[in-house]
Each structure stands twice: as C-alpha cells, then as structure tokens.
Ligand binder design. Structure first.
Ligand code: ADP
Ligand code: TRP
Length: 325
C-alpha cells in the first residue's frame, strides 16, 4: 500500500494538524510505503515573505521529524524540488472545469480572507493537490476533514484523465478520522483550529506557560458538567477530544474521572497532561533546529526517491496525451 500526504510551511504545526493528520502519518510509517512532503508551492498562493520562506520550509521539516516521522521509514521532501508537480498540474488544468474549482469551500473562504490578493493559484490550488497525489499512484491519503472535498476532486480528475486518455492514474482514497478529523479553535469551538488564523491555535511546540494560558482561557459552555455533547457543549467536547487523543483515555472514562469536578479543574489537568506529553516534541525540535545540514540531506534523499516515481508517471502521461517525449 502506498500512502501520501502533505503539509504547508505556513506556520508552526498545531494540535489540530497533528491529531487530524500527522499522528496517523506516524502510525502508517510502519504499515506501508509512505511519502510525505512540504507543500511550499501551495503556500505561495497566499502572501509569503521571500526572505524567510525557505527557512520556514526547513522548519516544517524539523517539526515533522520532531512529531515522529522517521526518515528511515518514509520519504520526506519539499514539493517545489520535484518539478513534475508543476508539470502535471498544467496538464490536469486542461481537463478540469473552472466551475469545479469555484465551488471549493477552501477557495471561497481564502478568497474572502485574502480578498486583496486573490490569484489564479488560489483557484488552481486543488489541481496542484491532485497532481501531488496522482504523480505517485497512491492508494490512501491521510488528511483532516477539511481536505475531503479536495480529495473528491482529485478522484474526479483522475477518472476523467483515465477516461479521456486510457488508464494511467491510480484513483486514491482519502483517509479521514471520525474523531480528531476536525479539532476546533480553543477560542471559538464552532470554528476549525487553523494556521490561517494563528490566534485559534495551540501549537505543538508552544512552551508550557503558553499551553497553560491557552487552555485555561479556552472558551467553554454554559453549565458545569464535563460531558461530550457536540450540540450543547461544543467547547467541552473539543477539549475532551483533545484530552482523549493525547492521553489515550476514552472519552467515556474521562467523563467519569471528572464527574465531580468543575471546568477549571478539568482544564488544569488537561494543561498539565499536554505539557508533559508535548515535552519530547519541544526537546527534539530544539535539537534539530541546530542541524540544518542534516535536515537538508534528508530532503535531498527524499527528493531523489520521489523524483524516480514522479518521472515514471510523467513519462506515461506525456505519451498518453501526445506530447513529444
Ligand atoms: P491549516 O488547515 O491549519 O492551514 P494545514 O493546511 O497545514 O493546516 O494542514 C495539515 C494537515 O492537518 C491537513 O491534513 C489538514 O486537513 C489537517 N488539519 C488542519 N487543521 C486541522 C484541524 N483543526 N483538525 C483536524 N485536522 C486538521
Ligand atoms: N492542501 C493540504 C492542506 O492544506 C496540503 C496538501 C497539499 C496535501 N498537497 C496535498 C494533502 C496532497 C494531501 C495530499 O492541508
């Protein structure tokens, strides 16, 4: 089984991205052939500072390794270093109806958020994502719930290509978690925790004091009981989900454990548990941030391996479409 996923180097990794996606990536490393990449071309669809952008890509690589990805078990590379991603995007553009892209939720949200800089790349974002996946003949793509629509479109594009030019591209399946697939913002449990609004995030590498502050000020609900109820208690339900996924204790057990306790007590325990669980992540990141040469070597090794697969697919695509080879 071949597995692939990507993450943008837009900001530090938050616990939503970790619980919704990266935790699965770490577990899948020993179950299949895994390919993970840093989607730097995707990140360029919103404003970036050219002076610090490449450094952010390296920092994202450090954060992925600090979260448990093992370069001996999976391929890790930067998207822009494998030119075939851009090349396949162009070809897939020619079979993708504009209407399909205009109805993408992420496009609608981001074009509102960045209304002064809506560019063609922002609209074309899902086609580049389709190319990322289809280049590698992937079985399964572990992502958070917000990416499900892009994955559906990827399947549609693959099917359309195969219909038009003959069977060439593998049609992939999304792997989305039921619980954890959508972690909500601490300051607004009706909104997704998202890097594009850093104030909504608890970052995986936040220092203990910051963790404590963010958890203690997290928005909760009216009432007093610690109970999982998405409709009446979205705030507490989100905190219970986070507690359960980090500690491994089922939500039902947590409800029992905190039955006689109030919100403040529950939050204190949650903060203490998170500070302890995230300590090795912080330690590893500090260590790896000093080892730029090593990080670059890992990405270079990943690039070479990725390129072999991507080039083979691209050769077939070029032949099928009728380009000179
Ligand atoms: P963001 O959506 O915050 O910009 P990324 O785009 O870098 O974060 O997402 C990386 C991975 O984490 C994707 O698979 C995405 O679906 C997942 N993810 C992001 N935010 C959340 C969240 N709040 N809950 C669950 N999964 C998430
Ligand atoms: N769009 C994804 C996100 O924002 C990142 C991404 C880019 C991706 N290409 C991908 C995820 C291919 C899975 C497969 O999170």
């Amino acid at each position: 089984m071949r597995i692939l996923s990507g993450i943008q180097p837009t900001d530090s990794i938050h616990i939503g991205g970790y619980l919704g996606a990266i935790k699965q990536w770490v577990e899948l490393q020993s179950k299949g052939e895994c390919i993970f990449f840093i989607a730097d071309l995707h990140a360029l669809t919103v404003p970036q500072d050219p002076k610090t952008f490449s450094q952010k890509t390296l920092e994202t690589a450090v954060e992925l390794l600090s979260s448990g990805l093992d370069p001996e078990k999976c391929v890790i590379f930067a998207q822009s270093q494998v030119k075939e991603h851009a090349e396949l995007t162009w070809i897939l553009n020619t079979i993708t109806p504009i209407g399909e892209l205009e109805r993408m939720i992420q496009y609608k949200e981001k074009s509102k958020q960045f209304k002064d800089s809506v560019n063609v790349g922002l609209l074309d974002y899902p086609v580049l994502q389709a190319a990322d996946i289809l280049l590698y003949q992937i079985d399964s793509v572990p992502v958070g719930k917000d990416q499900a629509q892009h994955l559906e479109l990827t399947k549609t594009i693959a099917e359309k290509f195969n219909q038009k030019y003959g069977k060439t591209l593998k049609v992939p399946e999304a792997l989305v978690l039921g619980i954890g697939g959508k972690i909500m913002a601490l300051n607004d449990p009706l909104k997704k925790m998202s890097k594009s609004s850093p104030e909504t995030c608890l970052f995986l590498f936040d220092e203990p004091e910051i963790i404590k502050k963010k958890i203690m000020t997290a928005v909760t609900d009216t009432g007093k009981t610690i109970k999982y109820d998405l409709v009446k208690k979205p705030g507490i339900s989100n905190l219970l989900t986070i507690y359960s996924l980090f500690s491994g204790e089922p939500i039902k057990e947590l409800e029992k454990k905190f039955a006689a306790k109030g919100y403040a007590d529950f939050k204190k325990h949650l903060a203490a548990m998170l500070i302890e669980k995230l300590e090795p992540f912080r330690r590893k990141k500090k260590e790896l941030m000093q080892r730029e040469v090593y990080i670059k070597e890992i990405l270079e090794r990943g690039r070479k391996r990725a390129e072999i697969i991507a080039q083979a697919t691209m050769l077939e695509v070029r032949q099928k479409v009728g380009l000179l080879v």
